[in-house]
Design a protein around this ligand. Sequence first.
Ligand code: HEM
Length: 416
Amino acid sequence: MSTIPRDKLPESTLALFRDGYEFIGKRCKRLGSDVFQTRLMLQKTVCMRGPEAAQVFYDQRYFQRKGGAPLRLRKTLFGQGGVQGMDGEAHRHRKAMFMSLMSSESIARLVRLMSDEWRAALPGWAEKGRVVLLDAARDILCRAVCAWTGVPLKESEVRKRTQDFAAMIEDSGAIGPRHWKGRLSRKRAEGWIGGVIEAVRAGRLNPPEGSALRTVAFHRELDGELLKTRIAAVELINVLRPTVAVARFITFAALALYEYPDWRRRLARQKDRELELFVQEVRRFYPFFPFVAARVSKPFDWQGYHFPEGARALLDLYGTDHDPRAWDDPETFRPERFLTWDGSPFNFISQGGGDHYENHRCPGEWITIELMKEAVRLLVMSMDYIVPQQDLTVSMTRMPTMPQSGFVIADVRPRE
Ligand code: HEM
């Protein structure tokens, strides 16, 4: 058994910030291996990429999530005590709570709410002249997801709440003052949503049966107890925050419509199958979350290498979605590739891999796909707009990234 190849630097944190999404891929290429070890933020870390690595990373005999994610991410992006850091039976039980919200009828209701908000916003966009699509889509999604979950949202609050949800993601990978801004946003949101959970439990608020608010407020743990208020808030925010974040993928979809006008024309012919191919390719092609983290729970050997107990492991999501062994010509935007995709749970992992119920794979994947499809329908069929001169560069070192300008559209005209 050999030891895992080592990155040449004793500590790679600066290199991670320099190489961004390409940090793991570049080193795997250089070392000729799907796995290498390094030190990140002073911790021994094993980096992995590719479908085979993803398969072993999601094997619960060898990896656990407890203690996997760095504290700075738990303080901003995830919150503490939520489903992301759980393992085994307790994780499956908590995950089932999220999965119970994902029926196709329920998702269709969320899509309708988003669509109605979008149509209602169109006249305002027409009047404004210029609209930053990323911000506008976040606003729409915040309104829609609050209505869908049953969380009351006053008009005067929309802006602040939307900004807080955005900051938890935006600032999660940052250091210094931006990191602290992300932490403050989380604190504010947990306070707000904690109050809403308590109002439901005290009978002052009566959200509909099956709504996320009601489900989380009355969810019982394996020991029969209700979730602590703060943890219930973390879990409801685990629905609200990422739904607002779908705005990023919607922005990338708008960028793709602009960069690949043939696809815009094809999609105008209203073929639902093509819409699905397009949206899947947007999720594969454009960068969102770079990695996921876990910890080796039991020493094991894989591909001739020994994985030591306790090591932190990072799985390269972006690099796996761009792995030339799984994807022909991966740096080309080509939605048709999804006509022949094998449906593997380990090669297309923008939202995690494995099984939605058993593993940590994102429970919001179908929500994301359906919201993106509706947004593309709206962009192609319900409005005209121009894309003025702007900086559309997508930085590969800012994580998570987006087009620099946030994608400005102008001269918006709603279609009848
Ligand atoms: C987990 C990405 C949308 C709720 C994850 C993971 C990723 C991800 C990478 C981690 C997978 C892992 O740890 O193995 C995304 C992206 C989205 C998105 C890029 C697009 C905006 C959503 C939506 C929801 C959601 C719409 C909720 C309705 C969650 C939850 C988890 C999760 C609760 C934790 C699951 C667990 O630990 O078992 N997501 N997600 N996400 N996502 Fe999403």
